[in-house]
Design a protein around this ligand. Structure first.
Ligand code: HEM
Length: 426
């Protein structure tokens, strides 16, 4: 759209019309179309038309938009074609994704990227409303204070790999970069496509990092209760706990980092990537449902089963999903993709507020007039009295719709038909 096109549109198209990210029609300064709610339902129409307006049929034909009562301020539009940049730029995100794929293919860092995204998002506390105190996917994990949390041991290596990409693309936030890297790693490892969205705002300083202790322990006294405490706090459910645990189909545990796992096994001693650690699966760079098969069977001493993994086949509610995923990889992929996308959005503040997906035009926000009204709009007492008087003169009241004037409708339709007939006759 352009500014002039926009102004030529009937008002209804404005009321439906989204304030679209990539739209060329964007206000030059505030990036928002400034709409004002008319102070009167008459919306500037000449008063001689008032009685005609009271006839519903005629109103429908001739004034289809007036009930929306929205006027558009003409000021502030740019007619220049400029793309709208949100906190992250879609084009830069796409290029960053290409660079991430390159790193994944050369360093085999898929698992640690997934863990990085999960640990940034997994601090979310649904009981806290305020951002960023509520934690979640906000890029806080880039700060040393949070990287030093016990649960994050080793994640500095993931950050080191991503930092050059961050430096290259100033129009990509850390919060988006972490989640992009994680979702891309899953896809590159053969997993499902994750329905991701982007536009996460970063926290600005280390003082905004969450306190230590929000992520799960691998060996708590009561693993099922602990998993529920932690994941329910994030707003996730049993199905999502089990599906997300399936991410351990990738990667290894290293005793020098988490304290869990063997220093090396026959599956890890030669890498790929830095050798060592104990994996949950034989092909620990391939995303499939082997995690569920392997922890169910527990036949191989070289494969890891943490207490929080084992409980997925012990707890009656978790077991339903774990059994299903061991049998049915497609079901696992579907539930995993949904749960991963949900995890990646936890606690995030998006710009635009609904986020956007790559390769698609940003989904426009549903039009909510109040969003575009900068101040409270109360009709003045005198205006209310004026409107009331107008209604009452026509036999109605503001609380009661005006009576339909069908007789007037018929007269007007006959008049219009007569006019048309005489015009055609000539
Ligand atoms: C259910 C509770 C969870 C516990 C207790 C847990 C615990 C652990 C531990 C102890 C490690 C080893 C870290 C190391 O020594 O380097 C690890 C690694 C990993 N975790 Fe989890 N995790 C959990 C959930 C998740 C979730 C939800 C995801 C992703 C959605 C995930 C993804 C990973 C990945 C990919 C690795 C491998 C990292 C690497 O190889 O560098 N984990 N996890």
């Amino acid at each position: 759209m352009t500014g002039s096109l926009h102004l030529a549109q009937p008002m209804a198209s404005v009321s439906r019309g989204p304030v679209v990210a990539t739209s060329r029609l964007i206000p030059s300064s505030a990036s928002r179309i400034k709409l004002s709610i008319c102070s009167s339902s008459l919306c500037g129409l000449p008063s001689c038309l008032k009685c005609i307006r009271s006839a519903p049929l005629v109103s429908h034909f001739f004034f289809p938009y007036e009930r929306r009562s929205i006027c558009v301020a003409k000021s502030g539009f740019s007619t220049v074609s400029v793309p709208k940049f949100f906190v992250s730029d879609p084009e830069q995100l796409k290029s960053a994704k290409e660079d991430i794929i390159e790193i994944l293919r050369t360093t085999f860092c898929h698992p640690i990227m997934v863990r990085l995204g999960w640990h940034d998002a997994g601090t979310y506390d649904k009981n806290k409303e305020e951002w960023p105190q509520r934690g979640g996917a906000n890029g806080s994990l880039r700060f040393e204070v949070e990287l030093k949390h016990g649960a994050n041991a080793g994640l500095v290596n993931a950050l080191k790999l991503l930092q050059p990409i961050k430096d290259k693309y100033s129009g990509v936030t850390y919060a988006d970069l972490f989640q992009l890297a994680s979702a891309t790693a899953i896809e590159e490892a053969g997993g499902p496509k994750i329905p991701m969205k982007y536009g996460r705002v970063d926290v600005s300083g280390p003082e905004q990092c969450p306190e230590e202790g929000r992520l799960p322990d691998a060996g708590p006294p009561s693993p099922a209760g602990h998993l529920r405490d932690v994941f329910y706090r994030m707003g996730l459910n049993d199905k999502e706990i089990v599906a997300l645990s399936g991410a351990h189909t990738l990667g290894r545990s290293r005793p020098e980092r988490s304290g869990w796992g063997k220093p090396e096994t026959k599956y890890t001693k030669d890498g790929p990537g830095a050798p060592g650690g104990q994996s949950w699966t034989v092909q620990w760079l391939k995303f499939d449902n082997s995690y569920f098969k392997d922890i169910k069977e527990r036949k191989d001493e070289d494969l890891l089963v943490l207490p929080t993994d084992a409980v997925l086949f012990e707890d009656p509610s978790f077991k339903i999903y774990a059994e299903k995923y061991a049998e049915d990889q497609e079901a696992f992929f579907q539930d995993y993709a949904e749960a991963h996308a949900k995890l990646s959005n936890l606690g995030a503040k998006f710009d635009p507020p609904q986020g956007f997906s790559l390769g698609e035009v940003p989904v426009p926000e549903r039009f909510v007039a109040a969003n575009y009204s900068s101040e409270k709009r109360e009709l003045s007492e005198s205006m209310k009295q004026k409107i009331r008087a107008e209604y009452e003169a026509l036999g109605g009241s503001p609380d009661k719709p005006l009576p339909s004037n069908y007789f007037l409708n018929i007269i007007i339709v006959i008049g219009v038909l007569a006019l048309l007939t005489s015009l055609l006759g000539n």
